[in-house]
Design a protein. Sequence first.
Length: 301
Amino acid sequence: MLIKRPNDIRASEITDESVYWNRRDFIGTTAGAAVAAAMPFVPGFVRAEQDEKLTPYDAVTSYNNFYEFGTGKADPSRNAHTLRVRPWTVAVEGEVHKPKVFDIEEILKSFPTEERVYRLRCVEAWSMVIPWMGFPLGSLLRAVEPTSRARFVEFVTLHDPEQMPGQRRNVLPWPYIEGLRLDEAMHPLTLLATGLYGEILPNQNGAPIRLVVPWKYGFKSIKSIVRIRLVSEQPHTTWNVALPHEYGFYANVNPDVDHPRWSQKKERRIGKLFKQDTLLFNGYAAEVADLYAGMDLTRYF
Ligand SMILES: Nc1nc2c(c(=O)[nH]1)N[C@H]1C(S)=C(S)[C@@H](COP(=O)(O)O)O[C@H]1N2
Ligand SMILES: [Mo]
């Protein structure tokens, strides 16, 4: 079996456990088999979210932001079938001693897959709790040996309007680009995800490999990555370039720093009726607040 059930999530707390288990069976059979075989698995790494219900699989995979496939929430699940996820390579380059173009199969074999249940909080004030499959970004970065000049990491999504119809429209400057400070990128919570709910990553969630940075707004978690570049200057990131007064480079979840057009104090957990309080750093303050010691979070929003 590819995946052991995380022993600190009680079955009763998993909203749609039956779906979860069905998906896991799927991995043993059809299309998932090749990938499952290529994914070494380290069981049992699940964190503080055990008190929370997982967002149902159907919501996680049908309510998405992936503007390359349209700006409506249902567009990616309808349209992302045109994305071809094999063959796929990820170039890791820039300020590194050992630049390398990784084949996705090599990535899946080289970096043992863990399950991580993380909250994802969109800047639009909705949120989900998702069981991701993946491995720490830091493991990949260490493999290419960053130079002493590396201070930031830039991530780039595939640019191919033929596969990504949304890129034929100028809703955003393409390709989608995101960035992290090197210490944020090396933080053990920062994940490169290759699956969710025990299944290979659905196209609409950013197949075959996407970033997950749980203490930042969802837009930092860039999908369908083809290039990771270590750089000495802060990268120009897509949403910051498009609307600089609304979206900063840091994009840390912060209930006390409102978006200019709406409050960030509360969020709607998808599948729940009532709004709930948004937590500083999305609830990960104990792990990540140190990264921002002494910084004015209103200025560096
Ligand atoms: N390439 C790319 N990555 C992207 C986006 C996008 O439009 N294009 N949307 C972002 C936003 S705004 C959010 S909230 C998350 C949503 O991830 P999910 O659909 O897997 O929940 O993806 C992020 N990554
Ligand atoms: Mo978002």
